[in-house]
Design a protein around this ligand. Sequence first.
Ligand SMILES: [Mg+2]
Length: 334
Amino acid sequence: MLGSSAEPLSTAHDLAMLDLDGVVYVGGEAVPGAPERLAEARGAGMRLAFITNNAARPPGQVAEHLRELGVAAQPGDVVTSAQAAARVLVDRFDPGARIVLLGAVGLEEALREAGLEPVPVDEADEARAVVTGYGPDVLWRDIMRAAVLIRDGLPWVASNADMSIPTGYGIAPGHGVLVDAIRSFSGVDPVVAGKPQRPLLDETVRRVGGRHPLMVGDRLDTDIEGARHAGLDSLLVLTGVTGLAELVAARRDARPTYLSPDLAGLLEAHRAPADEDGARVLGGWRARVEAGRLVVEGDGAAADWWRVVAEAAWAHLDAAGDPVDTDGLTAPLT
Ligand SMILES: [Mg+2]
């Protein structure tokens, strides 16, 4: 069930933890309207944190990219899975501990910032753990040595387990593919720092502050599920990978608190659809399931169309076990 907020989310919550790809930008371009909506949310008093599972780019680089897109961002507003991985390590081992590093400069900087000593895989003497993250220049011979160290019992922290990563040439294998390879060889599961696990969200609150955070994301299985793991409210936006098919098939633990086509949802109060004789009703729209098919009637704002569709579809999914048929259904544009 979707939640309600009598106040705009930008005043009901004091921190927005914003996923980047599919929320703030897509490919190299800003999502239309995103810089303006974020500036308005900030003007209403909301803190903004930009969080990323990508462990390769240091926060300063991410902030610079955001500024190029017209989003005001300082390095301290950016929190990465590399920083979360370093926190997991420093909480468990003492400052100064030697940590075998398999990854890129973002992970190395994060370890040093946390007071840890990154060492290459062939200098593993007295190392306390192995940390891995996406690194385009990581060599196979180093992967082999790290895998042997892990199999032989050295604790393992992975920045994230994303199976894919967007690149200039399309969707490519992410760090999760390497995690799977090392896991299948060693029989060991890593501690994962990035979404949907908690460390990145906890690290964000620690660094940026905020007592009532709102996770904002485009992916059900990382952003929204991650918020649920951490007991936080979430806003799903539809400017990234989630469309009608993914939304109506969302499992219970991957359903957002709030739903909006885009970041304008940060600046609005939210009402949940009402239940009227088995139909979900909101803002002029009425959605119900007839013989396994989702039927939507009425007129109104696109945001409310998505909300009645989501709730009618989820009720059907919970009762029937299979997603509802959405053939012929198209969202209104505005
Ligand atoms: Mg995303």
